[in-house]
Design a protein around this ligand. Structure first.
Ligand SMILES: *Cc1c(COP(=O)(O)O)cnc(C)c1O
Length: 428
């Protein structure tokens, strides 16, 4: 293995001590990697059989323009998504710009004036605060449209199941359940916990629509939210299911009626899924889905690797190296702003795109402090590619995720460790 150590030291400038330390850790977590490989293998079969069942063929790779009537590729892709996620229907479109947009379309499509939205899993992802508009007046938000919002806070990061029954009223129309921690330092929800929340909700109000924000969760486990009883699951194609190849897009899967409501909101009432050109990107969306189980596996290996490294170096990590994972996000409490900056600069330095750029903390809309971001991605903002970001406030938690291949995750993380080593922030 000396060829690798020599190359990495000479060409990448990574200290041999850092390489040896990381190699030892990789060796120590081999069993974890095998478990991840088995889940990827299972999900690979799942994706493959959905493609075979839907008789995917190269006629589906053609582009449509304009209205996009009779887009066979689009309809087949949606049918494949529905099968992969065990849903009745799917809406998978390049016209959905992001995860936030997909959630917006699902929420606005299914909520009406006077309805209430409930989050039983604490505060929603930052960008959703604007969509809901409960904290401040936001033009066009759900609150401005007369839809109210209620939230059950987590207790020490855990779901407060006992408060769910009392929070549900006549008005409760939709319950939103965020699987991933997002940028909170709390455990992410397992499929089992999601199932328990849904059972609790349905026991009080069987017709409440249960929607799971599945961002970062796809293919991390062998089942997905619809199998846990969700009526809708929503995510972004520039995260897990796009496999790094999708240049844009989002998906909504679930019950026919609710997916159709979302489609009427995305395009127009009366038109729904019938329109929407794919402009030539269907092959990337399909091939990205095909690669996604493997890409997600590589990202997970990176997350486990980073968790093991930093916990051995004395940092608090979430999830811990031994916890079962339900999303690809790894949080590490870096203790000092200098550590955060070195880590993010290392991740950036190890990127295939913009590796020469030096990230700086800066003021971002919607945040109460400066934020630093490392992202050298082929697709702008893609976080299935190796990326890290951190709000610059105590305890200086960095959120790292992605990696199109395990090898790149490893090199990126080693570069970050090396940056901290060279700046005397860690001892090996
Ligand atoms: C990323 C993310 C979103 C929003 O997705 P964008 O594509 O960034 O708009 C929503 N919820 C969760 C849990 C996420 O991780």
């Amino acid at each position: 293995m000396n060829f690798l150590a020599d190359y990495i030291e000479k060409e990448l400038g990574i200290d041999k001590k850092v390489f040896d330390f990381c190699e030892k850790i990789e060796n120590d977590i081999k069993e974890k990697f095998q478990e991840i490989d088995k889940i990827s293998e299972f999900n690979q079969y799942k994706v493959l059989s959905a493609m075979q069942k839907n008789k995917l063929s190269d006629i589906h790779f053609a582009a449509t323009t304009g209205y996009g009537y009779n887009d066979l590729g689009r309809d087949t892709l949606e049918s494949i998504y529905a099968d992969v996620f065990k849903a009745e229907a799917a809406l998978v479109r390049p016209q959905i710009i992001s995860g936030t947009h997909a959630l917006t379309v699902a929420l606005f499509g299914n909520l009406r004036y006077g309805d209430e939205l409930l989050s039983p899993v604490g505060k929603p992802y930052d960008t959703l605060e604007g969509v809901i508009g409960h904290k401040r007046n936001v033009k066009g938000s759900l609150c401005e449209h007369g839809i109210s919002y209620k939230q059950i806070d987590l207790i020490n990061g855990n779901v407060d199941y006992s408060s769910i029954p009392n929070a549900i009223t006549e008005k409760t129309k939709l319950v939103t359940i965020q699987r991933s921690k997002g940028y909170d330092y709390r455990p992410s929800l397992s499929i089992e916990e999601i199932s328990k929340i849904i059972k609790t909700v349905k026991s009080i109000k069987p017709d409440a629509i249960c929607m799971v924000d599945n961002c970062y969760g796809e293919f991390v486990d062998i089942t997905e939210p619809i199998e846990a009883g969700a009526d809708l699951a929503v995510g972004s194609l520039i995260k897990n299911p796009g496999g790094g190849l999708a240049p844009v897009g989002g998906y909504i899967v679930g019950k026919n009626e609710y997916v159709e409501n979302a489609a009427f909101r995305l395009t127009s009432p009366g038109m729904g899924k019938e329109v929407g050109p794919t402009l030539g990107i269907t092959p990337a969306l399909i091939q990205g889905l095909f690669l996604s189980p493997c890409v997600v596996g590589g990202s997970l290996k990176g997350a486990v690797f980073a968790a093991e490294i930093y916990s051995r170096l004395g940092f608090d990590v979430m999830p811990s190296n031994n916890e079962k994972r339900t999303d690809i996000v790894q949080a590490i409490q870096m203790k000092t702003p200098e550590n955060v900056i070195s880590f993010c600069r290392g991740i950036q330095k190890g990127a295939p795109v913009d590796s020469y750029v030096v990230p700086e903390p800066w003021d971002m809309p919607g945040y109460d402090c400066k934020v630093i971001m490392a992202a050298g991605a082929f697709v702008q903002g893609s976080s299935i590619e190796l990326s890290a970001d951190a709000p610059m406030k105590p305890p200086y938690t960095v959120f790292m995720q992605g990696g199109l291949t395990w090898y790149h995750s490893k090199i990126g993380i080693m570069t970050a460790v090396d940056m901290m080593f060279k700046n005397n922030q860690i001892k090996l």
